[in-house]
Design a protein around this ligand. Sequence first.
Ligand code: AMP
Length: 382
Amino acid sequence: MYAQMLCGLIMRNEVLRVGAVFASGLLRAIHFLQNNWKQLAHDIATGTLNPKITDAPVRECMRKILKPNPELAQFVTMECYEENWECIIKRIWPRTKYLDVIVTGAMAQYIPTLEYYSGGLPMACTMYASSECYFGLNLSPMCKPSEVTYTIMPNMAYFEFLPHGSSTSCLVDLADVEVGKEYELILTTYAGLCRYRIGDILRVTGFHNAAPQFRFIRRKNVLLSIESDKTDEAELQNAIENASLLLKEFNTSVVEYTSYADTKQIPGHYVIYWELLVKDSANAPTDDVLNRCCLQMEESLNSVYRQSRVADNSIGPLEIRVVENGTFEELMDYTISRGASINQYKVPRCVSFTPIMELLNSRVVSKHFSPDLPHWTPERRR
Ligand code: AMP
C-alpha cells in the first residue's frame, strides 16, 4: 500500500482512474494517505524510501522511480495538511475521470463518503464476482449506482436460480428467470462446486440478448434476531440511512457500522456500533439527537420487530454505541491478521466473535438508547 501510494503521488498527473475492488478498500487507501502523508512527503522530498519497507524487490523498484522532488513534496504537504479533505482525489490526481469501484449492495453506504472525497466523480461498478466464480458485467458502467444491473456471463459456470420467498425448491435455469422476480444464485463451477449457494439475492431487471440482467439486492442471511423478529442486511442499512438523516444538520455522517443482538439481559436488544465523521466538532450531534436516531432506526424496522417492542415487550430499546474514529480500521487490521484478503474485505454487518466484541466495546465513546416506543398498530384480520 505504501509503495503504491508513493507511485500514485509521484505519477499524479498520469493517473486517469482511482479505484479498488470494493468501496471499503478505496476508503481504506484514502485513510492510509491521511495517516502516512508526512512520511510519504518526506520520501518524495529526499528521494529515499521509508526504511519500514523491507521487501527487497519493492525497494529495488522504488529506487528506480524515486528522485528528490521538493516541489511535489511541498504540494502533497499543502494538500494533506488541511483538515478539509473534500475533493482530495481530484486535488491530488487532477486528471481522474472516474472511480473504478463497486458501490452496489452493502457497499452503497459508502457512496456519500466517496462523493465527498472525489468531489462527485462518477463511480463505475464494472463487475459482479466472487472468489468462487466471475458472475457478470455491467454493460453501462457509467450509469448511476442506483441503476446498475449486471448481465450474467453464461460461460462462466452453470447458473441456476432458486425463487426467493416462495415455498418451491425447484431451481430455474438461466434462460427461464422472469423479469421482476427475485432469486437466490446457485452455481456449479468448472472447479468442482456443485449447486453451491453463494448467498446473494438478485432481482431480474431485463435481458441482454438471451442473458438475464440482475440488480444485486442483498446477502441472504438474517443478521439480527432476538426472538421472532428477523432483520436482514438491507433492512438494517435502510434503518441506518433513515436515522442518519437526523445527523445532516450537524454536518455529520455514519462512516461505518455494525450490529449485535445483545441477549445477555432480558429482554434482549439490538446494539448498533457507529463510527461518525463529524465535520464540524463545534456543532457535533447532541445526546438527544443520537437518542432520536435510535428511535428513528426502530421506526424503520419491520412490523414484527415493532410488535415485539410495543405489544410483546420482548425486545428492549435499541442502543447506539458511538466508537472512536479509526475503530473499524482496527477491526479490518484484526481480520486481515487472521487471514482475510485486504482486497475482498467487507465490514461484518453483525458481530458476535468475542475478540471483535472486546475491540469494539473498548473503543466506545458514548451510548444512546431509544427514548420511546416506535409506532405499531395490529394488522386488521378479516
Ligand atoms: P468474495 O468471494 O469475498 O469476493 O465475495 C463475493 C461476494 O461479494 C458476493 O457473493 C457478493 O455478496 C459481494 N459482491 C461481489 N460483487 C458485488 C457487486 N458488484 N455488488 C454487490 N456485491 C458484490
